[in-house]
Structures are given as C-alpha cells and as structure tokens.
Design a protein around this ligand. Structure first.
Ligand SMILES: Nc1ncnc2c1ncn2[C@@H]1O[C@H](COP(=O)(O)OP(=O)(O)OP(=O)(O)O)[C@@H](O)[C@H]1O
Ligand SMILES: [Mg+2]
Length: 325
C-alpha cells in the first residue's frame, strides 16, 4: 500500500474533469475504482473501455485489492471481534452478546420505531469499559436528518444506573457528529471519518462505533424516479463497502438505519420493505427489524445473520434509555 491517502487524480489517465465525473458517480477513492468494472467506468466518464481498464489496473496495483487471505488470516482477525452491549439482556441475547465489531448492523423500521434511540444508546454504551458492556471507545455519528440530540445522551448517561455517576459532558465529548446534507456529502464524510478515526486511534478513546443515521434517506430523496434505481443502488453499495473497510481497519461496530413505510395496499407477505432494498440487505451483516407494539413496547427481530438463529426480543424506550420490558 502506498503511503498517505491517494487521490483519484493520482491515477494515470484521470484528469480533473474525469475525476469530477467519477466523484459525482460516487467513486471517491482509489479503492472504489479498483473494484469497478471497465464498462461501468467508461459509461460514466465517457472514456474508452480500454482506458478504463488501464485506470482500474493502476488502481488495483496501488490499492492492493484482490489479494487472497488465508483462512488463518481471517481466523486471526475474527479473534479480535468484540461485542458492544445494548445493556438490555434480551437484545444482547438476540445478537449473541451484542453488536459485533467488524460487522455492519442495519436497523430498519417505521418512523418512531426506535432506530435513532438505539443509535444514541450505543453511542453512550460504546464509551463504557468492557466490563460494563462497552468498548472503551468513542463514536462517529453521521447524522443525515438532524436527529442527534445531546439532551438525550445526557438522559441516557444519567440513566445508566452505575455506582459512580458518570459525567454526561465527558460522553458528549466522545461523540463526533457530522451532518450530511446530500448523499455525495454523506459519502465524503466517510473519508473524513477515516481521518478522524486515524487521529484518535492511539488516543485513550479510539473510534469503536461508526453510525450513519439514516443511511438511505438522502439516496431515497435524490434518486426518486424510475431508471435511477440502478445508479442509487450502485452508490449505496459503494458507500457500504467504504464503511466496511473503515470498521475493519478499526475493529469497530458499523451501525446504520433505514426507514421503511408500511404499505396498507399489501395484504399478503411482508407489508414493509427496507428502502435500500437488497443491496443494503446483502451488504449488512446483521439486520434488525424494529416495530412498535402495545403499551409502548418495541420488538426487535433479527432478520438474517450469518451465524445466529432468527428471533425476537422486546424492549422499552424510556427517558433513561433502552430498558427491558
Ligand atoms: N425522552 C424520551 N423518553 C421516552 N421515550 C422517548 C424519549 N425520546 C424519544 N422517545 C421515544 O422514541 C420515539 C422516537 O424513536 P426514534 O427517534 O428512535 O424513531 P426512528 O425509528 O429513528 O424514526 P425515524 O424513522 O423517524 O427516524 C418517540 O416516539 C418516543 O416514543
Ligand atoms: Mg430516526
């Protein structure tokens, strides 16, 4: 791997105008170009496929992608996996002990189903020491809908019920929030997150949680018409890929949210569908479907997971945060 972050302009054959087109299409890094197909690239940039091939080849050499790892390498990396606790035993059990590092957990559900509440709670919990279910780390929070509420963090910290009353201000200090105004901006913020996370890596509170709330809202708003679906999914896919690399590099938890709307016109099958569609579904490692139930109760359902059974867990959202029913 070359030293320092490489710009896509550093690739032979990529001038400023091609670089702009690539960025517009969501190719923000050398790695993203390394994994593109020549046809896709040539269509976007109006360069010949032969040139596209050359650019991709150069990107692959620089980005060092496509190499094989042995089973042992993967076994070693997986030994570092940690679990971030919800501090709600039922939810922890559902996820086999909590949210895994080196994995993306996607939460989807209707408005008010508790997605942002869980996100806030996890931004608190991640800061706790491991004995208390945390990862002794800090959080990066990409907020696309302006839903981050410091007051909520304060309430949740006070609601932890720990013997030594923790200081909410300290917790707020370890949550790094960036507002994303468009989908492009959101994708750029992943790059900025990488810089910040690298800076904090050797601090007392390395970044152990990367949040995108909501992953899909901007994409959905900007790519509304027919015929834009493929482009949207491609960009979302790339975005998830970048997030994956980040959480791998930092042995951190990835947590994204996705809104769904119930569709009363559907009488059979599942009336709710996650907005990112299958692309998000197949990229996320764990998927939790959240729904409201009677008496303020909420239910989380584990939808598909590589190594855990499907199941459900009830929980409450209270002023003090997530609690058992
Ligand atoms: N201080 C609080 N005390 C108790 N419950 C709260 C408090 N704050 C929020 N809630 C509950 O959380 C709900 C909002 O949940 P949340 O913001 O997580 O929804 P969401 O799934 O993120 O929705 P959206 O798709 O609109 O972003 C409120 O309707 C309320 O029931
Ligand atoms: Mg929300």
């Amino acid at each position: 791997m070359a030293e320092g972050p490489l710009e896509i302009e550093d690739l032979p054959g990529v001038g400023p105008s091609t670089a702009d087109k690539l960025r517009e299409a969501g190719y923000l890094s050398v790695e993203s170009i390394a994994t593109a197909s020549p046809a896709e690239l040539s269509e976007i940039t109006e360069i010949s496929e032969a040139t596209a091939k050359k650019i991709i080849k150069a990107a692959r050499e620089i980005a060092d992608v496509g190499g094989f790892k042995t089973g042992k390498d993967i076994f070693e990396a997986r030994k570092d996996i940690r679990k971030l606790s919800f501090r709600v035993p039922e939810l922890d059990t559902l996820l086999g002990g909590g949210m895994e590092t080196q994995a993306i957990t996607e939460m989807y559900g209707e408005f008010g189903s508790g997605k942002s509440q869980i996100v806030h709670q996890m931004a608190v919990n991640v800061q706790l020491p491991e004995e208390q279910g945390g990862l002794n780390g800090s959080a990066i929070y990409i907020d696309t809908e302006n839903t981050f509420r410091p007051e909520r963090i304060e309430q949740m910290v006070n609601g932890l019920g720990l013997d030594d009353a923790p200081d909410p201000q300290e917790f707020l200090n370890n949550i790094h929030i960036a507002r994303a105004h468009t989908s492009d901006h959101q994708m750029l913020l992943i790059d900025n997150s990488r810089e910040l996370a690298n800076e904090l890596k050797t601090s007392g509170k390395p970044v152990k949680l990367f949040i995108i709330d909501s992953l899909t809202a901007h994409f959905r708003a900007e790519y509304a018409g027919r015929g834009t679906l493929a482009a949207r999914q491609q960009k979302l896919n790339r975005h998830m890929h970048e997030l994956f690399k980040l959480i791998d590099e930092h042995n951190a938890v990835g947590l994204v949210t996705n809104q769904v709307m119930s569709n009363p016109a559907v009488f059979f099958g599942d009336p709710t569908k996650p907005i990112g569609g299958n692309i998000v579904g197949h990229t996320a490692t764990f998927r939790l479907y959240l729904r409201k139930s009677k008496g303020g109760k909420r239910i989380a359902r584990l939808v598909d997971s590589p190594n855990l059974p499907e199941g459900e867990a009830p929980f409450m959202v209270e002023e003090a945060g997530l609690k058992s029913c």
